[in-house]
Design a protein around this ligand. Structure first.
Ligand SMILES: Nc1ncnc2c1ncn2[C@@H]1O[C@H](COP(=O)(O)OP(=O)(O)OP(=O)(O)O)[C@@H](O)[C@H]1O
Ligand SMILES: Cc1ncc(CO)c(N)n1
Length: 533
């Protein structure tokens, strides 16, 4: 039997029929989905702090795939609700069917239902399409005091509670659902939550946001008794949409947690962080929203290596303009000064290679381990070899003598900084190592351009090494590893990375500077008539 014979033709206009055949074609069974598919049925908040907009953010914040069906369009902002437009029950049905005819729903969160007809539509739909987890936030009145549910619709919401797995009332909503006065103490509220659970069968997540005191506790009240989740009360006026965000987070987490306790615990911890970060969002002049992405503070920031490079713009320019670097480029640098610099650089590279090895040890991936181990070898075999050759030829120093060079205070300060950074994290270590690549590749590039024809240039081999495309390539790779490491760190850790990078850049400046300014420090016995390298 062909599909064409069993599947009704899709009309070009009007609603798509919710036939079993249409539903059955959804190519989604088979391999398990990578993310829970979670639906919000709620009203809107065009300022993005509450309602559907908040739900979608909370879903994404917990790694769920978010979907949304709109019950009501609400003209509201951080000061309050201006007006509500309800498209109507028929259109709500069409939206719900459009989703459930096509997509498997792993969890659903119901927020503002707006009126009785909408509540009935949702109840009917739940009777037909029963997602494994149904969370109901019985939104009745906004934080600002504006009604979000018609007065006549309270019974219809009570009926919805009986269809939900979890219901998340605040204190006034709990009272309305029971037809009792609002509780003013936590024990009274718990007693009411027990009564609602007994009457409806739904697990109750009682929210203590409307209480006063040091804590803002919530409690799960269900067949296993009461589980309390205590959390410090955040001193903030930015609580717009906390209820929406919490219930959405619980719905997003539940398919990947063993029970409601696990989902609520993680959602509550997340919400407390989101509340703390809400103030600096600077959204609106009233009761602003929470920061749904407070746990991902580095999301969207520029690549670490770009930000770090910009931060040292002043030092970069200073290095380009240094007398030592200018003289290196035009070949006028005294051989004795170059010899001193090279001998110190040999001492530096010995330590640099050890810190590269440590980066390899700390690196989280085989690729990074291999790169930094290879870089350690390269810095000794290629870079330090240049130093050994030159110092051998021009200062008569054998390998042992080069290896015995005492680091100057400036050299020691730089390598001590690298070792200190490498006692921190991998990310900090890589950040500290990076200027040595980045600044040298940059200077190599500048010098190749400044020096012009390198034939006959006294320091041609040094300039060619750092101006070589292969050094630029290694620098790009090192930057990519630093950027990858920075992707997963906290803001404090990112700041430590930037500081480590900046300090290394400053040390690079001082390192060149000591080539010309070195009060009485030992200089290798460089012959006066230095030949071309
Ligand atoms: N100042 C606060 N500090 C810490 N947690 C809070 C604070 N205010 C609310 N919460 C928490 O936010 C969640 C929502 O609680 P609340 O009682 O405010 O619900 P709601 O009234 O439905 O929210 P909404 O403001 O979205 O209408 C609960 O987990 C509550 O404990
Ligand atoms: C659409 C909508 N749902 C819920 C709330 C409660 O915060 C709100 N303000 N707006």
């Amino acid at each position: 039997m062909s599909l064409a014979a069993t599947t009704p033709a899709l009309p070009t206009t009007g609603p798509v029929p919710a036939s079993e055949e249409v539903r059955g074609r959804a190519p989604q069974q088979g391999a398990g989905p990578s993310r829970p598919r979670v639906l919000s049925i709620a009203g809107t908040d065009p300022t993005g702090g509450a309602g559907i907009q908040a739900d979608l953010k909370a879903f994404a914040a917990h790694g769920a795939y978010g979907m949304a069906v709109t019950t009501a369009l609400v003209a509201q902002n951080t000061h309050g609700v201006r007006s509500v437009h309800v498209p109507g029950a028929e259109f709500l049905t069409e939206q719900l069917d459009a989703v459930s005819d096509d997509v498997v729903i792993d969890a659903v969160k119901i927020g503002m239902v707006a009126d009785e007809a909408n509540a009935r539509v949702i109840a009917t739909w739940l009777g037909r399409v029963r997602p494994p987890f149904v969370v109901l936030d019985p939104v009745m009145v906004a934080t600002s005091g504006h009604r979000l549910l018609d007065e006549g619709a309270e019974q219809a919401v009570r009926d919805l509670v009986a269809l939900a797995d979890l219901v998340t009332p605040n204190l006034p909503e709990l009272a309305v659902l029971l037809g009792e006065p609002a509780a003013t103490t936590w024990p009274d509220a718990l007693a009411q939550a027990r009564r609602l659970h007994a009457a409806s069968g739904a697990v109750v997540l009682l929210k203590g946001g409307h209480l006063t005191g040091e804590e803002s506790p919530d409690a799960l009240v269900g067949p296993d008794g009461v589980t309390t989740f205590s959390a410090p009360r955040v001193d903030t006026v930015h609580t717009h949409g906390t209820g929406c965000s919490l219930s959405a987070a619980v719905a997003a987490l539940r398919p990947r947690r063993d029970d409601w306790v696990g989902a609520v615990r993680d959602a509550k911890t997340w919400l407390t962080g989101a509340l703390r970060a809400g103030g600096v969002l600077a959204v609106g002049t009233g009761h602003g929203p929470v920061d749904h992405l407070a746990h991902l503070p580095t999301l969207g920031l520029r690549a670490f290596s770009e930000e770090a490079w910009e931060r040292i713009a002043g030092w970069r320019e200073a290095v380009e303009g240094m007398g030592f670097v200018r003289a290196l480029a035009d070949g006028s640098l005294a051989a004795e000064d170059f010899g001193f610099y090279l001998a110190q650089d040999a001492a530096y590279l010995a330590e640099y290679a050890r810190v590269l090895s440590r980066a390899s040890l700390l690196a989280p991936t085989p690729e990074a381990r291999q790169f930094f181990a290879g870089a350690a070898v390269e810095s000794l075999e290629v870079e330090q070899a240049l130093h050994r050759d030159w110092l051998g030829e021009h200062a008569g120093m054998d390998r042992g003598a080069v290896e015995d060079v005492d680091p100057s205070p400036v050299t020691a300060a730089y390598t001590n900084h690298l070792h200190a950074a490498s006692n921190g994290s991998y990310a900090e270590t890589v950040a500290a190592l990076l200027p040595c690549y980045r600044l040298y590749a940059h200077i190599g590039d500048v010098l190749v351009r400044r020096a012009g024809d390198l034939r006959g240039h006294l320091y041609a081999r040094w300039i060619a090494l750092y101006g070589d495309p292969s050094f630029a390539e290694a620098t790009r790779t090192a930057c990519a590893f630093a950027d990858e490491a920075a992707r997963w760190v906290s803001p404090a850790e990112r700041e430590r990375m930037l500081r480590a990078f900046e300090l290394s850049a400053m040390h690079e400046y001082l390192f060149f500077e000591q080539g010309l300014v070195r009060p009485g420090w030992p200089v290798p016995p460089v012959g006066r008539q230095a030949a071309q390298v």
